[in-house]
Design a protein around this ligand. Structure first.
Ligand code: ZN
Ligand code: ZN
Length: 186
């Protein structure tokens, strides 16, 4: 896979049909993401198109990559795929852009303060930097390896997803079995 060379894009040079960005963003160019969670493998593959759309630009396409996280509950490392579909709106003139309000008739214009817009000061769009920001925002606040992660035994620290320990009886064991074992243990 070809390495993506582009980094900062001059929006004024984007042709009406758009620009394609296809290739691998190597992990070493994603230092913030890599420092935060670790990028799995060589990096993140992208297949994206950047195109003008009225006063803004759209960046959309597919993403393939995984990050390595630590489960908050059992402390085991696990891999999380980045969201496959990417869609961002880039605003080259965040201060000035006016939008027609679709709910109003006539010449009513409002300034859109949507948080989803990415700013591109002076028409310069930092492709890799903004992708990295998106991926950092995507990270879960409380990462868990699985919905039903059993966590660690609070007494002995055994990872209960992998093994049982003496301090945590198996859930299906009947109380009589536990009693019987207590007797034989003594
Ligand atoms: Zn876990
Ligand atoms: Zn235990």
């Amino acid at each position: 896979m070809r390495e993506l060379r582009e980094s900062v894009i001059r929006l004024a040079q984007v042709p009406p049909e758009g620009l394609l960005f296809q290739g691998l963003i190597p992990a070493r160019r994603l230092t913030r993401l890599n420092d935060a969670v670790g990028v799995v493998g060589e990096g993140v593959e992208v297949d994206l198109r950047l195109e003008p759309n009225n006063d803004v630009f759209l960046l959309h396409g597919r993403v393939q990559g995984e990050v390595e996280l630590e489960c908050e509950s059992c402390r085991a490392g696990f891999r999380l795929p980045l969201a496959e579909d990417l869609r961002l709106t880039i605003d080259p003139n965040p201060e000035e852009t006016l939008y027609r309000d679709p709910t109003q008739k006539g010449e009513v214009w409002v300034i859109d303060h949507s948080d989803e817009q990415i700013e591109a000061p002076e028409g310069q769009f930092d492709l890799v930097g903004n992708l990295e920001d998106e991926w950092l925002l995507e990270l879960p606040i409380s990462p868990r390896c699985a919905e039903d992660c059993k966590g660690l035994c609070p007494v002995c620290g055994t990872n209960l997803n992998e093994a049982e320990c003496a301090c945590s009886p198996a859930p299906r064991e009947s109380p009589f079995d536990v009693l019987a074992r207590l007797k034989t243990d003594k």
